[in-house]
Design a binder for this molecule. Structure first.
Ligand code: MN
Length: 161
């Protein structure tokens, strides 16, 4: 009985999705699916004003109007980290390899590792980076407000992580 029941539910869902009248079929004749080929975007080194140690940034996708969400990958050599900073609409970090550190202003340093997902709330002062003993890489997804996704503050001189 179970497979038939599941098939019935699936067909019901399929029917309702296909008949939905409010799903835009083609938003604009100018809008085209865009594919950014793997390896087509060279990495850049994080500038010293905003990072300590060696940090490599790779763009994944820019915000495409009207979307305001952009993504990238950041790799920190052992001991490398961002300066303190704030994101006007918040940020998601997905640790893809290694062991890292994240700290919110006024809170203890927290260790994070591969597979951990970090939500940085809007306006929260924080930094992120690698531990002294491990390289760390994270995916980063950030939404911009008026074209701005980060406000850089002072560097992290010392931390207890
Ligand atoms: Mn951040």
């Amino acid at each position: 009985m179970k497979p038939f029941y599941a098939t019935g539910i699936f067909l019901l869902l399929l029917t309702s999705v296909c008949s939905a009248q409010n799903v835009p079929q083609d938003a604009s004749e100018d809008a085209l699916v865009k594919i950014t080929r793997s390896g087509s975007q060279p990495p850049e080194i994080g500038i010293p004003d905003y990072y300590t140690g060696i940090v490599r940034k790779e763009a994944l996708f820019d915000a495409e109007d009207p979307s305001r969400v952009a993504g990238g990958v950041v790799t920190y050599e052992p001991g490398a980290r961002t300066a303190w900073h704030v994101h006007p609409l918040g940020q998601v970090l997905i640790i893809s390899s290694g062991t890292g550190l994240v700290q919110q202003w006024g809170q203890p340093v927290q260790e994070v590792s591969e597979g951990d997902i970090i939500w940085i709330p809007a306006g929260v002062k924080h930094w992120h980076g690698a531990t002294d003993g491990s390289r760390m890489r994270h995916v980063v997804i950030t939404e911009s407000l008026d074209g701005k996704s980060v406000e850089w503050l002072e560097k992290v001189e010392q931390h207890d992580g």
